[in-house]
Write a protein that binds this ligand. Sequence first.
Ligand SMILES: Cc1cc2nc3c(=O)[nH]c(=O)nc-3n(C[C@H](O)[C@H](O)[C@H](O)COP(=O)(O)OP(=O)(O)OC[C@H]3O[C@@H](n4cnc5c(N)ncnc54)[C@H](O)[C@@H]3O)c2cc1C
Length: 400
Amino acid sequence: MVQRDTVSLTDQQQLVRDSIRDICADFDDAYWREHEAAGEYPQEFVDQLSENGWFGALIPEEYDGAGMSTEEVVVMMEEIAANGGGFSAAQAIHGGIYNSVPLVKYGHEEMKADLLPKVARGETSIQAFGLTEPNAGSDSTSIETTAERDGDEFVVNGQKIWISRVDASDYIVLMARTTPKSEVEKRTQGMTMFLVNLEDAYDQGALQIEQIEKTASNLVHSYEMWFEDLRLEEDAVIGEEGEGFYQMLDGLNEERLVIAAECVGLGEAALEAGVDYASEREVFGNPIGQNQAIQHPLAEAYARVQAAKQMVYTAASAVENDANPKAIGARANMSKFLAADAAFDAADAAVQTHGGFGVAREYDVERYFREARLTRLVPITQQLVLNYVGENVLGLPRSY
Ligand SMILES: Cc1cc2nc3c(=O)[nH]c(=O)nc-3n(C[C@H](O)[C@H](O)[C@H](O)COP(=O)(O)OP(=O)(O)OC[C@H]3O[C@@H](n4cnc5c(N)ncnc54)[C@H](O)[C@@H]3O)c2cc1C
């Protein structure tokens, strides 16, 4: 067993860890392997979490949620990834936990009172978040989807791409321009966040979706979406018209820390598989783990995963202690960068340790490797994280 209990946890964090480990114990490696190979959403796992109220983790108690915070959710997501589910198991539920946050912070009372208790009880889901477009990935303020006012309503037209979990969701939090980029002072202005009922959008004949074929994280499906004259009532606006981008940024650091925890968990799962195999497999009459060429990459990757983990956990506890948001931003971005690279090194070492079996589905490490590669791209690429650190931490000039 690779030592994973390396950070000291609060009582609440220990409870989260033990409860999630209990749930994960019912889902073995074969469950994740088979679902991923078949491209099937892990509905049974999601149902278990839902029945136990985990989708309400970040919802305040007054709306029937658990009223937890980043400190607890990093534990939850690391455990899900580390117990064999990998990054994609965490991603299968990530949106369902995080997309309620803008509602909690900015939603009007009727929206909150109606939806948050249902999300917390697992009766409805807000798993999808629609920002990215074919012409607006890293440059997200360039989105071209528009929501134009027409009396008391908004009319939405545009295209989104790479939107995950649309098939597993009742609602999508959608970002659209309510004021053209050419008419705002700053490009971060004029974007609005909407809550869209997907069934209503299909019923209006105003939404078409198509699944994107991809090679990693196949438990979770991602979609292209086309909106044509989708009519939304005024009360579908989350927060303030034109302020959507700023609302999205609020809470982004915490979410990024949780993504980093998912990468840590993935790295731990890969190391566990690599170390087990290195101990059991004998070549030339000895376990291969006796060779330093096998030992060192695993040991190095362990050190890197642990370093990232320390950073994630100290930053999560700093969030609780109301540290300066700029300092949290720096740590959250650096955590994501280090954890994604550490997960990649761990998965790569685990594949190499397995020799030819490194690419056999049966041993799972090829799946971890594909996922680890993905963590360097989403939800933000490693380069964009470095841009953030270069500009906001080191004070260097913006390059774009
Ligand atoms: C599996 C998956 C799931 C996703 N789920 C969602 C989702 O649910 N909702 C959603 O809204 N989006 C989602 N995304 C989109 C994701 O957030 C984007 O793919 C990501 O932000 C990168 O945008 P892009 O793919 O357009 O790359 P681009 O912006 O086209 O960038 C291409 C490359 O150029 C580099 N680059 C660009 N500009 C610079 C610069 N100034 N400096 C240095 N390098 C630069 C980038 O780092 C990258 O390597 C998902 C993507 C994937 C792959």
